[in-house]
Write a protein that binds this ligand. Structure first.
Ligand SMILES: NC(=O)c1ccc[n+]([C@@H]2O[C@H](COP(=O)([O-])OP(=O)(O)OC[C@H]3O[C@@H](n4cnc5c(N)ncnc54)[C@H](OP(=O)(O)O)[C@@H]3O)[C@@H](O)[C@H]2O)c1
Length: 350
């Protein structure tokens, strides 16, 4: 491998463009190839981001000799198949969240990357940001006493143009659409990280997940997806303490306040911008009438931090916590299965 990490991207959509910018801005990283279903789209993306290798297929990138690591920015149903193809070709992998359609599929991916000895990380970018590391430290240092309740909401409002047949990949069951897969997975990921801190583990598996959802089926499609969903999630607490409850909400047809709350028996932690960490880099701790505000000094774009996390940890094949390790990603996918199933959402393929 050369000193500069050479990236290829699969897909030319919204988040592919965001990562292209981050790769360009991260020192010693270079974007050398892009693959698309159409040559025209690969060419346009290549022109915009000055990418020399432009392929009319994803295979073109996976088989390119000058690509070290592949970023998979495709619809959810294509994450596992392309991760497996990349691993078999000996390419390191950064794969968009959620890494698979099911927990079982996630296990197959991880077994494959282990067998082919390549790096793999699921692209939960917020886990690469120092704000998340700071939160873990605060909880380990007992900042709010015993954790009782976690409260998360992450939703956005798709405009009418997107909520129509063909409007967005998130509306299709066969592509792994729906709000649980798109944004609910973040709340689940962060609450599992927080529940893990009480027993000094990098994450916790929920004991119980009870979901509910409002569904939508685009005309002519074979299945429905959740437009809005919630879950009550139960985690074991430290010995002798009652369980932790996480209340999670997510959606694709209304904007909500995304402030994340953790309630303990001596105080409350409030994180105004837990996922994108670009406007309010701060963690608030409220104890009675007192408020302590911890500001995070590092305002590096978190997608650059994600690229640098990959670059730094390739030799170990997976990043350390709080980034998503392999086991953490598999656990999150199994928890998503529980949420989907209890809310009544199955894939047409299940
Ligand atoms: N981490 C984050 O901050 C973040 C943010 C947004 C999205 N995401 C994740 O990134 C992935 C892509 O999301 P996105 O918003 O970038 O989606 P998008 O804009 O719709 O792009 C998806 C790309 O996938 C390719 N594709 C392959 N088969 C397709 C099909 N049947 N229909 C439509 N497109 C198809 C297309 O590229 P070609 O036409 O070039 O082949 C398309 O541009 C999702 O898994 C999502 O969860 C992550």
């Amino acid at each position: 491998m050369s000193d500069t990490l050479r990236w290829g991207i699969l897909g030319t959509g919204r988040i592919a463009a965001r990562l292209a910018g981050a790769i360009k801005d991260a020192p010693d990283n270079e974007l050398v190839a892009v693959g698309s279903r159409s040559q025209a789209s690969a060419d346009t993306f290549g022109e915009t981001w000055n990418v020399p290798g432009r392929f009319d297929s994803y295979e073109g990138v996976v088989n390119a000799d000058d690509v070290d690591v592949v970023y998979i920015s495709l619809p959810n149903n294509l994450h596992a198949p392309w991760s497996i193809k990349c691993a078999e070709a000996g390419k390191h992998i950064l794969c968009e969240k959620p890494m698979a359609m099911t927990g079982a599929e996630a296990e197959t991916v991880i077994n494959t990357v282990r067998r082919h000895d390549v790096f793999f990380m699921e692209a939960f970018m917020y886990r690469c940001h120092p704000q998340t590391a700071e939160l873990v430290e605060l909880l380990k240092n007992n900042a709010i006493g015993t954790i009782r309740l976690i409260q998360s909401a992450f939703s956005f409002g798709m405009d009418a143009e997107r909520i129509k047949p063909g409007g967005d990949v998130r509306l299709y069951n066969h592509m792994g659409g729906g709000s649980i897969m798109d944004v609910g997975c973040y709340g689940l990921s962060l609450s599992r990280l927080i529940a893990g801190t009480v027993t000094d583990k990098p994450f916790a598996d929920p004991i119980e997940v009870n979901g509910s959802a409002a569904f939508f089926q685009p005309a002519g499609s074979g299945g429905f997806v959740d437009l809005m969903a919630s879950a009550a999630v139960k985690f074991a607490n430290k010995d002798g303490e009652r369980d932790i409850i996480a209340s999670l909400a997510c959606g694709m047809n209304a904007w909500c306040d995304r402030t994340f709350f953790i309630y303990g028996d001596t105080g409350t932690i409030k994180i105004p911008d837990p996922w994108f960490a670009h406007e309010c880099l701060r963690i608030e701790i409220h104890r009675g009438d007192d408020a302590e505000v911890i500001t995070i000094d590092d305002d590096t774009d978190q997608y650059i931090l994600e690229v640098e996390t990959v670059q730094k940890h390739i030799p170990n094949r997976q990043p350390p916590a709080p980034a998503h390790t392999w086991a953490d990603s598999v656990s999150n996918m199994h928890a998503i299965d529980k949420w989907r199933h209890s809310a009544g959402l199955k894939w047409v393929s299940e």
